[in-house]
Design a protein around this ligand. Sequence first.
Ligand code: HEM
Length: 265
Amino acid sequence: MAIDTDDEIKAPVKVRISEKLSKLGNDVQGSQAWSSIFRPGSIFRKGYTDSPRNRSYVIMNSVMYHLHPVKVKRHAVKVSYTLCLGGLTFFLFILLTITGIFLMFFYRPTAAAAWDDIYNLQASVTFGLLVRNMHRWAAHLMVLTVFLHMARVFYHGAYKPPREFNWVIGVILLTLTLLLSFTGYLLPWDQLALWAVTVGTNMMGYTPVLGDQVRFVLLGGFDIGTDTLLRWYVLHVLMLPFVAVIFMAIHFWRVRKDGGISGPL
Ligand code: HEM
């Protein structure tokens, strides 16, 4: 049989490939693993009809989507209402976690190694300078955005019932953000860091009654040294982020339980 053009050969091959792909798609969508991820009603499952009820069903039943509310008020998605400041703060926290993990690969928290490690990170690690600066700027920005977020919430009177509990959770988050910022400040072990921490811990030494004890606990001794560095490092990379994640989870859960973002006054 004579073959006239290339198209005549390609067309049946194309059909066969698309039939195979669609069969593969059906097999995957019919598998147990797929249905355990995408619950009934999901747009990714067969037989989905697009109706308001089905859309709610998708959100409620999907492991991927259930963190989102089924309905949001119009003003809550208007950027000019929240300025997305809470979301920005959260985004910066995630960015800080990712860049922070990168930095941990190259940093040892001892008086002998810390400064050299930071120097080498900038001088000889690929993207080291960039990632360090991203971490530093994101930290400064997070302090700024959390303050602005608090001001926005205050300005909208969103601290009033039923949101007073979430305001208190917010105050804890603000404290944690400031503590994260302060503990991170010591880690480069340069003159700026040493004197900032000397001044800071001396001030805390004036706490009524327990001043000396507070200072001793914060420094891990009587003076700033490797013990202080290790203590603040563990607080910075482990304990404070861990506590912050827990409080953020409570914070977001409360936003939902308090009926979403407060409306215009
Ligand atoms: C790590 C710090 C924080 C994060 C990641 C965070 C995140 C968020 C997010 C994403 C929202 C949803 C609305 C929006 O984006 O504005 C929100 C709402 C809220 N936040 Fe924060 N927040 C933080 C700190 C604070 C602080 C310091 C306060 C107050 C002291 C606060 C009080 C509130 C309140 C009361 C709401 C509900 C606002 C409303 O209904 O209009 N948050 N937060």
